[in-house]
Design a protein around this ligand. Structure first.
Ligand SMILES: NC(=O)c1ccc[n+]([C@@H]2O[C@H](COP(=O)([O-])OP(=O)(O)OC[C@H]3O[C@@H](n4cnc5c(N)ncnc54)[C@H](OP(=O)(O)O)[C@@H]3O)[C@@H](O)[C@H]2O)c1
Length: 284
């Protein structure tokens, strides 16, 4: 199949390219210098030339503080950008695979969120990503919206630099004591596993919204402990008070997602977060 990957040089985009290539697909890597998703002319002209059968969108404005500072830009990219891709996918009769986020939820639930749970984002990033989901589900004929969470991959994150694992490896080696908060529960997920499961979805023809996160959950502090244990790093890990890392942008305290749709379709389950981390560290 002809597969166009938008954000191809990003953290997740690079693993998408590798996974679809391994699957035998013909890949068109679209970086930001080739396409601007918020611009319909750019989207239409680039994609009409390629005529992909599958369009994978990993591009987004996802630096939470930057989104809060410039909500219009965040909406143009995360909302209008998604609309543009949905329109282009319909014109080409292509399947749109779009990456969304756990931040569409408020975190008030105390058990894993299901796909049918009502979103209630707390910040501009979550709101604009949710608008993108709504545009796609209202417009696109053939789409998958895949909500991911706490992602880490071997390619650096273009928007944020070091992912959490790399940051902990660096701090753990440099410092005698590392302080990490314990007040947010997540399912840290490896981009390699997300890309592998995206391949399964690409030919499923059971279109819709899916959660795609690692099995199990932990706090960032517990995640840091597992990183240090597996990497053999000896440092003192303390629980930080959230006030030590002040931010004006609210984030969900609990954003664990249940991969209910994945299981319903009997697709191979996502790795447990500890297993995904182990594989990531072994490949370093
Ligand atoms: N990182 C996380 O923890 C996390 C958690 C949940 C969900 N997500 C979602 O996962 C996806 C991938 O994240 P990531 O960490 O792989 O991001 P990333 O490394 O920052 O990559 C994003 C890519 O999108 C491109 N891009 C940005 N704005 C664009 C635009 N207007 N038009 C075209 N391309 C544009 C970037 O290019 P330039 O850098 O050249 O601008 C970059 O190649 C995003 O949809 C994000 O919302 C991420």
């Amino acid at each position: 199949m002809k597969v166009a990957i938008i954000g191809a040089n990003g953290q997740l985009g690079q693993d998408m390219v590798t996974a679809f290539k391994k699957n035998g697909d013909e890949i068109f890597s679209l970086n930001h210098d080739k396409i601007s998703i918020e611009n319909l002319d750019s989207v239409s002209s680039v994609l009409c030339e390629i005529k992909p059968q599958i369009l994978v969108n990993t591009a987004a404005m996802h630096h939470v503080e930057n989104c809060e500072a410039d909500p219009e830009k965040a909406f143009r990219i995360n909302g209008i950008g998604s609309r543009n891709l949905a329109l282009a996918a319909n014109d080409l009769e292509a399947t749109l695979i779009h990456i969304s986020t756990d931040y569409v939820f408020s975190g008030s639930k105390k058990s894993p969120y299901l796909e049918e749970d009502l979103p209630a984002p707390l910040n501009v990033y979550g709101n604009t990503k949710l608008s993108g989901e709504y545009f796609i589900s209202a417009i696109a004929n053939k789409f998958y919206i895949l909500r991911v969470s706490g992602i880490y991959g071997h390619a650096p994150c273009r928007a944020k630099g070091l992912n959490f694992v790399e940051l902990m490896l660096k701090l753990g080696k440099e410092r005698d004591e590392v302080r990490v908060v314990d007040d947010e529960e997540v399912s840290p997920t490896s981009t390699e596993d997300i890309a592998a499961k995206t391949i399964q979805f690409s030919t499923l023809e059971q279109y819709g919204l899916y959660h795609l996160t690692a099995e199990g959950s932990c706090t960032w502090n517990q995640f840091a402990r597992e990183i240090f244990n597996l990497a053999g790093i000896i440092t003192k890990l303390e629980i930080a008070d959230p006030s030590e890392f002040p931010t004006k942008v609210p984030r969900p305290k609990y954003s664990v997602l249940e991969n209910a749709g994945l299981k319903k379709n009997r697709l191979k389950n996502m790795l447990h977060w500890k297993e995904g981390l182990k594989i990531y560290l072994l490949k370093k």
